[in-house]
Design a protein around this ligand. Sequence first.
Ligand code: ADP
Ligand code: MG
Length: 195
Amino acid sequence: MSDLLQIKNLTRRFALKQGELTALDNVSLSLAAGKILGIVGESGSGKSTLARIVMALDHPTSGSVAINGQSLFDLTPDKLRAARRDFQMVFQDPVGSLDPRHKIGRLIGEPLYLERNAPTGTARRDRIAKLLEDVGLSADDMDRYPHEFSGGQRQRIAIARALITKPKLVVADEATSALDLTVQKQILDLLLKLR
Ligand code: ADP
Ligand code: MG
């Protein structure tokens, strides 16, 4: 069995006006399905750069990322789009990551566009309702807007959205650092429970 995530010799350099910045320097790691890996480092140490590359939102200068044994940067655009449902991300800022113009149901259901036979109508609503309950909110919340929720609740919504395609890998980039201490613990407990 190969690991769910396999990162090999990943390097990412950014060209700056003056010279070059090495954000990632030969990073290798692997992660088995169902496991949790925490990446710790000071601000600017490259955590978000790594997360963005694993989500195929950025390309490495060299090195490889494989998810389920599939090399991420060798996929055709079509295959990459199909693969995206297997890996989702929760961002640090639950305010910036939820479009304030849309209702919660639409926001959570959005990644379903990645599924070829995505549920519609009642089946879609049922799936969103179930997820809202899984993250400790209520089904009725799907008809409300992001501003009606607290920071912690918004992060629960962001987690629900990350989970709707039943991903095998979820990357949380400082998903709790914008929250109060007690809410941080609730969100971490929730992530543990959902795993
Ligand atoms: P962390 O998430 O650990 O705080 P980042 O991955 O955001 O660190 O940043 C790592 C380094 O790469 C920082 O020095 C940052 O300024 C630099 N960096 C990140 N993205 C870019 C970019 N698009 N262009 C230039 N430099 C960048
Ligand atoms: Mg960061």
